[in-house]
Design a protein around this ligand. Structure first.
Ligand SMILES: Nc1ncnc2c1ncn2[C@@H]1O[C@H](COP(=O)(O)OP(=O)(O)O)[C@@H](O)[C@H]1O
Ligand SMILES: [Mg+2]
Length: 287
């Protein structure tokens, strides 16, 4: 990954950077201090589709449920953010984390914005690719057909909210509001869509914890507990949330398959495990 600080930006924005560099998967983040002495974080992202609209959602949220944006230069993919605590939700008990994230959705899911793309335009494209590979993707045909049918129905409806688009355990950090600690979302890849779309990464990430010896009940139970914690905290419609979880799980399994085909090799052990996890989620939410 080759993200670097744009030439002259630190001087232009009057920022003093320390030695630390926090690499995300698609970005470079460094702690900085502003001229006024405020602790901030400078994020430089790869210039791709995903980072194109990050500043638009952050500007709209104004720090409500999300990190506060202090300054942005979209052409250089540079964002100056309030500095948050680096502890994320990865070390928080999974069900508690699901409750926290479930209660964040309502604050982030503001009315759709004309500057953002529709999530359904992406989903329609992904579903087209899934349909093309329906016979070869290593997912039971019944699930593939079900996902295609559900996606078609879900995508017919107009978008009702701004979605964060990547709300998982690592993208929620602790900050402060009115003197109290508060969990806040970072790193949006915003689109307009159906709020129920948002939930699936919370079921898939930290999948290995469902399998730990200390886990209570089966993998299926663990998935269903998280699903219900999210649905309840968000006040979601259970059946819509389930439909999106099925669609997204099957699409995720397909991507792993596509990647192996694209690079002309057999799926790796990790990819096979990932596909199995996706199938398990799609089944568990429907039991
Ligand atoms: N405002 C912030 N305050 C403190 N740390 C941050 C802040 N924003 C990002 N980080 C740190 O940088 C990492 C990567 O940032 P993130 O916005 O999630 O980018 P990526 O798209 O690369 O995942 C985060 O996981 C977190 O550790
Ligand atoms: Mg991130």
């Amino acid at each position: 990954m080759s993200v670097s600080i744009p030439e002259g930006l630190l001087d232009e924005w009057e920022l003093v950077a320390g030695d630390e560099r926090w690499h995300g998967t698609r970005s470079l983040v460094l702690p900085v201090t502003t001229r006024q002495g405020r602790a901030a974080a400078l994020k430089i992202a790869l210039p791709d589709d995903e980072s194109e609209h990050e500043h638009i959602a952050l500007q709209r949220w104004q720090g409500n449920g999300a990190v506060l944006l202090l300054r942005a230069d979209p052409s250089r993919r540079a964002l100056l953010l309030e500095r948050l605590d680096r502890d994320d939700l990865v070390d928080v008990w999974d069900l508690e984390a699901c409750e926290i994230v479930g209660s964040l959705y309502g604050r982030l899911h503001v009315p759709p914005m004309p500057q953002l793309r529709d999530q359904s335009s992406y989903v329609a494209r992904w579903v087209g690719a899934l349909q093309r590979d329906a016979a070869t993707v290593p997912v039971p045909r019944r699930l593939v057909d079900q996902a295609i049918g559900l996606a078609r129905d879900l995508c017919r409806e107009p978008a009702s909210a701004v979605l964060h688009g990547d709300l998982h355990y690592e993208n929620v950090l602790c900050g402060e509001r009115d003197g109290d600690p508060q969990w806040l979302a970072i790193d949006p890849k915003p689109t307009n869509g159906d709020p129920h779309y948002e939930l699936e990464p919370m079921l898939r990430n930290r999948f290995e914890e469902y399998l730990l010896p200390g886990a209570v009940g089966s993998v299926r139970d663990g998935i269903r507990r998280r699903f219900h914690a999210l649905v309840d905290a968000a006040g979601f419609d259970e059946s819509r949330a389930r439909d999106w979880a099925v669609v997204r799980s099957v699409l995720n399994a397909h991507w792993a398959h596509e990647e192996a085909v694209r690079t002309g090799r057999r799926p790796t052990a990790d990819e096979r495990e990932h596909v199995t996890a996706c199938i398990t989620i799609a089944k568990a939410v429907q039991d």
